[in-house]
Design a protein around this ligand. Structure first.
Ligand code: UDP
Length: 488
């Protein structure tokens, strides 16, 4: 066996801020906690697309810390594989196929002498591809254990269920775990005719060959799922280790925005404890003009003070910015989407600013959420946002939109108990102002009994989360197992 001090891990991250942020943090913890001595961080890029300012800044600040080397893989030329009219999902499918190949050929041609490979779960096709290198190989899932359980069970579902999962009449069951409501199904598995479906099944088959899977969750959040995964036979033989919460513990990059952010904290300092709601739908989603208007009216109706991180509206809401998100006024049409920015906010958006603050740049979300003035987080239920909210003890008003966000919202509301989920109205395809304001008030009004239970639960989770990464805390110990694999 190799002693910890001689381990050199190669870590492959996936593009997208929701993947890069936790992957960088994982890398940092592996090195600063001296679990391994050396790490080389790889990330992919796309030829025709400029990385967002936020992504560039976060990678640059990681380089400055000098904890590990960072290697950009040669950019992928998507134009060879897709036409501009192809969907974002098809583009992501190509990326999921090409980056593992590129990564394995790049590391094979370099003289790095690694002792292990860690890949983002989405790129788990790396695991069979890197077999000849004869190295222990791990997957890191910057999501929850329930999604990992679904992933590992997907090859079975693929054989057992014939039609589309979303058309099933009964919840989709995963052995030992909470079942999935068909309409909450993970985005990549919603249409089995799409290439992304097959790439994802391929990634899951790859992950099933890993020496271990590390997940950004902790026991208190998912006891039942972790037990099912850990039992060694029901779903998988691969050891699954909860290592969360992995959230960034330093100021997020916001560059020239520094002064304006200072004003936000100045304003927050003047507010009462737990009286402000934070609103953000993540790094990848752009709201339409109508959605912004409805949300502004919902915030107004709630009567609560707010901090709202939002970028200028697009003529068509959606996730086409997923791979390029992150800065003010940026034209986010790089992947050839039809998601044109219109740049003018509705009047309601300006009107409500007497009662809150809007941030149209990249917001330092974790630092903001730490402020004691926050009593609720209106979130799209991206897993990183949820883990940040949990770490700060803030209950969640969930507005899930795509990917695995519906599953995340269902889990928090039905199993964890720190969240309320707001349903989208089928007629407008939006969350209505009434529903939003009612949910905000339920979570934040001091005399709401159900809200009180959720607030207490959020605080309880914060204390448990804090201990996970103490020295000898469960998540630290679980990540340390990376050097204990039979093959290491
Ligand atoms: N984030 C941020 N500032 C912003 C928007 C997002 O710091 O203005 C961070 C947020 O704190 C989280 C990540 O970006 O760490 C978003 O990841 P998540 O999984 O919540 O959602 P996604 O963006 O992948 O949909």
């Amino acid at each position: 066996a190799i002693s910890n001090n001689n381990h050199h891990a190669l870590l492959l991250a996936s593009p997208g801020m929701g993947h890069i942020i936790p992957a960088l943090e994982l890398a940092k913890r592996l090195v600063t906690h001296k679990i391994i001595s050396k790490l080389t961080f790889f990330c992919g890029s796309i030829k025709t697309s400029t990385p967002s300012k936020a992504e560039t800044q976060i990678l640059q600040s990681a380089i400055k810390e000098n904890l590990f080397d960072l290697i950009q893989l040669p950019p992928i030329d998507l134009t060879i594989h897709v036409s501009p009219r192809d969907t974002l999902e098809t583009k992501i499918a190509i990326i999921m196929h090409e980056i593992p190949l590129l990564f394995v050929s790049t590391i094979s041609s370099m003289n790095l002498n690694p002792t292990m490979i860690i890949t983002d779960f989405f790129f788990s096709q790396v695991i069979p591809l890197a077999k000849n290198l004869n190295l222990p190989t791990f997957a890191f899932a910057p999501t929850n254990a329930w999604l990992v359980a679904l992933g590992l069970h997907t090859p079975t579902l693929d054989k057992e269920i014939e039609g589309e999962y979303i058309n099933e009449s009964k919840p989709i069951s995963i052995p030992g775990c909470k079942s999935i409501h068909p309409l909450d199904m993970f985005g990549m598995l919603r249409d089995r005719t799409q290439r992304i479906y097959h790439e994802y099944v391929g990634a899951c088959e790859g992950a099933a060959l890993a020496d271990g899977i590390f997940v950004n969750t902790f026991h208190e959040l998912e006891p039942k799922t972790l037990e099912a995964l850990g039992s060694g036979h029901i779903i998988t033989k691969v050891p699954v280790y909860p290592v969360g919460p992995i959230v960034r513990d330093q100021r997020s990059p916001n560059g020239s925005n520094e002064g304006k952010i200072g004003d936000v904290f100045g304003w927050l300092d003047k507010q009462e404890e737990e009286s402000v709601v934070y609103v953000s739908l993540g790094s990848g989603y752009t709201m339409s003009f109508e959605e912004i208007k409805e949300m502004a009216l919902g915030l107004e109706l709630s009567g609560k003070k707010f901090v709202w991180s939002v970028r200028p509206p697009a003529t068509k809401s959606g996730t086409d910015n997923y791979l390029t998100a992150g800065e003010e006024g940026e034209t986010r049409t790089i992947l050839g989407s039809n998601n044109e920015p219109s740049n003018s906010f509705p009047d309601e958006f300006y009107r409500i600013q007497t009662n809150g603050i809007v941030i149209t740049d990249w917001a330092p979300q974790l630092d903001i959420l730490k402020h004691p003035s926050f009593g609720g987080f209106v979130s799209h239920c991206g897993w990183n946002s949820l883990m940040e909210s949990v770490s700060c003890g803030v209950p969640i008003i969930g507005l899930p939109l795509y990917a695995e966000q519906m599953m995340n919202a269902a889990m928090l509301m039905e199993e964890v108990g720190n969240a309320i989920r707001v349903e989208v109205s089928p007629s407008t395809n939006m969350v209505g102002r009434e529903e939003l304001s009612k949910a905000i008030r339920k979570i934040m009004d001091k005399d709401d009994k159900e809200g009180c239970v959720m607030r207490e639960r959020a605080k309880e989770l914060k204390h448990i989360a804090e201990r996970a990464w103490f020295h000898d805390g469960p998540s630290y110990l679980a990540l340390s197992k990376i050097t204990h694999s039979n093959r290491v």
